[in-house]
Design a protein around this ligand. Structure first.
Ligand code: ZN
Ligand code: ZN
Length: 327
């Protein structure tokens, strides 16, 4: 399907800054009319064939730049339950990248040029959001140590406790990315999303963005979410015994029950940059603005950027150190 403007026939898209549909050609607000697709991967605007990989659900025509949604890929089993609409537009996402990287002396000049940044595309990434309950049980020995002095003698008193903990934890919307295109570790860096902003899915939100349907089912993606919930439950259990001087666990059991799995689309800006025959990707969380990615460096040194430049600094220092030590 495509959303066309009643006034001018242009492609109406979802505007993250305004939080509603806008025609970028005549500036009309909510002037869209839905034109259904006929199942053919052909542009409804210019007739050109669309390049749609196996998992694409919304694509951009390479010839006329219109955004098309592939009706049959957001239908039935592939109909998302939730969508987290973009809150950060392309302009703001570019500005954030520019602000973050402008002082990196090793980045090639063209990396932050307006022309290359304008190629950035917003994508909706498929996720499963799991609701789970965990029955947590922990048993072990806790000690409490008290030390005091009297005269020249130091006394130590150790008390031993048999500690029992039982609790039930409810997990809501534990995410697991079900995307073919976006690496798991990048999506982990994009978190956290604020799930309070989830909306019931409507195709209007997809207009103006690329979209992907899930490549893994709720069952196949569940282990990652279970692992995270289990880790969280364990650390919650450990917090409950933190008042003891020491705690030696004898038994720890987490019984996880899956209550629900919802298919959701989450927003990411992706900036692809080619430098010296290699592709570099930077990502901006489309809701919170958090950034992650690889920075192409004019030095032969590449590292993962995960929110701070500590690593970068460290790598450069090490490089300097290596150079010196080889002199
Ligand atoms: Zn218009
Ligand atoms: Zn076209």
């Amino acid at each position: 399907m495509i959303f066309k403007c009643r006034n001018c026939g242009g492609n109406v898209v979802y505007d993250p800054e305004l939080g509603r549909m806008r025609c970028p050609y005549c500036d009309g607000a909510d002037t869209q009319e839905r034109e259904a697709g006929d199942g053919q991967p052909v542009c409804k605007n210019c007739g050109a064939p669309l390049e749609a990989g196996e998992f694409a659900s919304a694509v951009k025509c390479a010839y006329c730049g219109q955004y098309m949604i592939l009706d049959e890929r957001i239908r039935d089993a592939y109909l998302p339950r939730f969508i987290l609409p973009f809150r950060i537009g392309k302009k703001e996402a570019s500005e954030r990248l520019q602000g973050e990287f402008k002082n990196r002396i090793f980045a090639p000049d063209s990396f932050l040029s307006e022309a290359t940044l304008s190629r950035m595309e917003g994508s909706y990434v498929p996720f499963w959001l799991y609701d789970m309950s965990a029955d947590c049980h922990s048993e072990g020995t806790g000690t409490r140590v008290r030390v005091w002095r009297s005269g020249n003698t130091e006394y130590t008193e150790t008390s031993w406790f048999h500690v029992l903990r039982d609790m039930e934890v409810q997990f809501e919307k534990v995410p697991a990315d079900a995307s073919e295109q976006f690496p798991d570790e990048i999506m982990d860096l994009m978190e956290p999303y604020e799930y309070g902003g989830l909306q019931d899915f409507a195709p209007e939100y997809l207009s103006g963005f690329l979209g992907e349907r899930y490549s893994g089912t709720a069952e196949t993606c569940a282990p990652r979410a279970r692992e995270r919930a289990e880790e969280d439950a364990k650390s919650l259990l450990r917090e409950t015994v933190s008042a003891y001087t020491s705690f030696i666990p004898a038994r720890e059991e987490i019984g996880l029950k899956m209550r629900d799995a919802g298919y959701a689309l989450l927003p990411v800006w992706r900036y692809q940059y080619r430098y010296r025959d290699r592709d570099y990707d930077c990502y901006v969380n489309g809701q919170t603005g958090k950034m992650a990615g690889e920075l192409p460096l004019s030095l032969p040194c590449v590292l993962l950027y995960g929110g701070t430049f500590f690593l970068c600094l460290l790598a450069v220092l090490m490089l300097v150190w290596l150079c010196i030590s080889f002199l």
